[in-house]
Write a protein that binds this ligand. Structure first.
Ligand code: RIB
Length: 306
């Protein structure tokens, strides 16, 4: 085992719309699609499909969605001993609309994810202390994220935090983070620096670094990623692709970075690999159904890098 994910599992209910409704308005959409999601489970499955040994710590409700979400993880080889079923609670559900440009809007009902406690994490301390990388996001309580990060930090496990969905974060947590992987909205919120272009994104990354994380990977979607560490700032462009659905692209990016970083310890190769995985994920609909397998990523990179 090399990667442990502490985070959310959701059932995603997705519809495509031509235009989103205004307040008080009704619009018709496509048929609803059901697929496994949740930022935590997406990262776990993404990393497993790329060849890593992965365990997940999380919580689902005792409903049919919960059983399906655990089965999904197992089907991709993710260890589920750390995923608990909470009686009398609904599993997390995400309500997603996709517009004509492939951009999403997501409303999450956390359900059982909100019941994942620091004690639940400590009960699986050996999964975290025995891993090399801990992947965290923010769809579970902040105290639980903090407990997991503390455990990992204490045992020298690399902590990668995707600060999504956006929320204020204390320095106490940010100081434990090795790689912080915000998107533009999250970076702007956490740094107080509005982002309009690469220059302002670089400023936001610098401000984020001053809050504690060792490295910042600022995800800029189709404009690529900014890597910031100490006094170094690098911009890596994205691979141009036709986006059909951006859901889980950020999750895929973070998981792919973790896998490649673990394998080679080379920041630029890891970022290039992560960019490729993120690009592939946006070309397919859904969260978990869009996550590519290792072979596909290698073929994609070979075709683009010659
Ligand atoms: O990042 C995408 C994910 O966000 C979706 O799968 C949805 O469940 C929400 O958690």
């Amino acid at each position: 085992m090399s990667i442990v994910v502490v985070g959310s599992l959701n059932m995603d209910l997705t519809v495509s719309v031509r235009e989103r409704p205004r307040t008080g308005e009704t619009v018709l959409a496509s048929d609803v699609r059901y697929a496994g999601g949740g930022k935590g489970a997406n990262q776990a499955i993404a990393a497993a499909r790329l060849g890593a040994g992965v365990d997940m710590v999380g919580k689902v409700g005792d409903d049919p969605f919960g059983a399906t979400l655990i089965r999904n993880l197992g089907a991709d080889g993710v260890g589920t001993a750390g995923v608990k079923v909470e009686p009398g609670v609904s599993s997390g559900v995400a309500f997603i609309t996709i517009d004509a440009a492939g951009e999403n809007q997501i409303i999450v009902s956390p359900g059982a994810n909100a019941r994942l406690t620091p004690e639940d994490v400590r009960a699986h301390a050996e999964l975290i202390s025995g891993a090399r990388v801990l992947l965290l996001q923010l769809e579970i309580p902040l105290a639980t994220v903090q407990a997991a990060a503390e455990l990992a930090h204490k045992h020298g496990v690399t902590v990668i935090l995707d600060p999504a969905p956006a929320q204020p974060l204390p320095e106490e947590l940010l100081r434990l983070v090795d790689f912080l992987t915000p998107n533009e909205h999250e970076a702007a919120g956490l740094s107080g620096q509005p982002i309009t272009d690469l220059k302002s994104a670089r400023l936001a990354a610098a401000k984020l670094l001053s809050r504690g994380p060792r490295h910042v990977l600022l995800k800029l979607g189709e404009r690529g990623v900014i890597y910031a560490s100490g006094n170094r700032f690098e911009h890596l462009p994205a691979f141009p692709v036709q986006a059909v659905d951006t859901t889980a692209a950020g999750d895929a990016f973070g998981a792919a970075f973790a896998v490649a970083w673990l394998e080679e310890g080379d920041i630029y190769r890891a970022l290039t690999f992560a960019n490729a995985v993120g690009a592939l994920a946006v070309t397919r609909p859904g969260a978990q159904p869009s996550l590519p397998y290792r072979k596909e990523v290698e073929m994609f990179l070979a075709a683009r890098q010659g």
